[in-house]
Design a protein around this ligand. Structure first.
Ligand code: GDP
Ligand code: FE
Ligand code: FE
Length: 195
């Protein structure tokens, strides 16, 4: 894949930069999401280059410190309620500001899919759905339900979004973790696809 139309640096240089700021495991996961996103883009007729780049970059900010995320929330005057959350929510929703700063990436569709890759949204674009689902089903993932999610993703992206969101909400509730309001909105918008 050539990402030159969206990025000032080559894919190779991007991989080297990512390797400096994340664990080997997370880099492998990022490459897995890139590959899964390209496969889904082929299957559902989306732009393969955008899907690949968004997949590769989706967790770019995952290892940014809490302190740096809080500073970004201030700097860009983001909703102050965000401060009540943590890395799980910040690395996508706030992470796009880190990506814009570090990589001069400005494509709005790519950035939106990264912004919503953890929590989804009530009206997801084709690219948003691809990144949300690719993150869940990439080859390196191994958890109960992942094979069913992979199977569903071969026939319906909307059903795959619904399945993943239902599993995530159930998992969070069972662990007594707070659920981000936008995650609930995604659940309500997509759950009928499972019927
Ligand atoms: P990853 O970055 O590849 O590990 O995957 P995600 O970005 O999809 O999710 C990161 C973490 O956030 C996972 O542990 C999810 O269970 C968790 N998560 C997803 N939605 C929510 C939410 O609404 N609230 C909270 N507290 N955690 C969430
Ligand atoms: Fe993530
Ligand atoms: Fe991820």
């Amino acid at each position: 894949m050539s990402y030159e139309s969206y990025l000032a640096i080559s894919r190779e240089d991007l991989l080297a930069k990512m390797a400096e700021q994340m664990s080997k495991k997370r880099l492998e996961h990022s490459l897995g999401v890139e590959a899964a996103a390209i496969r889904l883009a082929k299957r559902y007729g989306a732009d393969e280059t955008k899907a690949g780049l968004a997949g590769l970059l989706h967790d770019y900010a995952k290892e940014v410190s809490d302190e740096d995320f809080l500073a970004l929330i201030d700097k860009y005057q983001l909703d102050s309620d965000l401060k009540n959350w943590g890395n799980n929510i910040w690395h996508g929703v706030v992470g796009i500001y880190k990506i814009k700063e570090d990589l001069e990436l400005s494509d709005a569709e790519i950035l939106h899919s990264i912004e919503t890759h953890t929590v989804g949204s009530k009206e997801m674009s084709l690219l948003d759905k691809i990144i949300y689902v690719a993150d869940y089903i990439e080859d390196g993932r191994d958890f109960p339900g992942v094979d069913e999610a992979r199977e569903i993703a071969t026939s319906s992206l909307d059903r795959a979004v619904a399945y993943e969101t239902a599993r995530t909400v159930a998992f969070l509730a069972q662990k007594a973790h707070p659920i981000y309001p936008q995650t609930i909105e995604t659940y309500n918008a997509y759950i009928s696809y499972l019927k």
